[in-house]
Design a protein around this ligand. Structure first.
Ligand SMILES: [Zn+2]
Ligand SMILES: [Zn+2]
Length: 187
């Protein structure tokens, strides 16, 4: 049994979705030994081939390898015959780095980004949002809304997916299982 299963960061990896993990894309090895080949780390379960939309947590690394071989025939994988199994330290390293990056992103979100101001009906409070944006010395509309010829829609829920300003806040509506309570000045 692989040592990696004893790593708490590996267990956390299994509990998170591929989207939340923001995994680095699989890249070709540049070392002489495995040049041109990609390595799937011991224990890996998510496909890291760039832009692969498959978000499945595979039941085993072997099933993940099968997916890559079948769906991404252009990718050559290293296997037992190329360099063999990584040593134990390496097994831990991949998952430690992934979770370290995840923790940093989560901490940055909570400490730095203010909550998106919402109205009682949970739609975005555009006036307050724009006030907050201006207080950060940023222009309204943002570059994207300006470039897409919808400057008036900037900071509206309709353009939530593209408007740059939504990236300046944490959206309480994205936090599942948590009831949103408006702060006193909004009530
Ligand atoms: Zn894939
Ligand atoms: Zn905008």
């Amino acid at each position: 049994m692989a040592q990696v299963k004893k790593n708490p960061n590996f267990q956390r990896y299994l509990d998170l979705s591929k989207a939340d993990l923001k995994l680095p894309s699989l890249t070709e090895d540049i070392s002489l030994l495995n040049k041109g080949y990609c390595t799937i780390e011991v224990g890996e379960r998510y496909c890291r081939v760039e832009d692969c939309g498959n978000a499945t947590l595979f039941t085993s690394t072997n099933n993940l390898r099968k997916h890559v071989q079948k769906q991404h025939p252009e990718v050559s994988l290293t296997g037992e015959e190329f360099g063999g199994r990584p040593c134990q330290a390496d097994e831990f390293q991949f998952f430690n780095e992934i979770m370290e990056a995840y923790d940093e992103r989560e901490a940055a979100k909570e400490e730095i980004l203010p909550k998106l101001p919402l109205k009682n009906d949970r739609s975005v409070h555009i006036t307050k949002m724009r006030q907050a944006v201006r207080s950060m010395k940023l222009p309204v509309p943002c570059e994207v809304c300006k470039d897409t010829d919808q400057p008036k829609l900037c900071c509206h829920d309709e353009v939530k997916g593209t408007c740059e300003h939504f990236g300046l806040f944490t959206d309480p509506r994205n936090q599942q299982g948590q009831e949103y309570v408006p702060s006193e000045d909004e009530a």
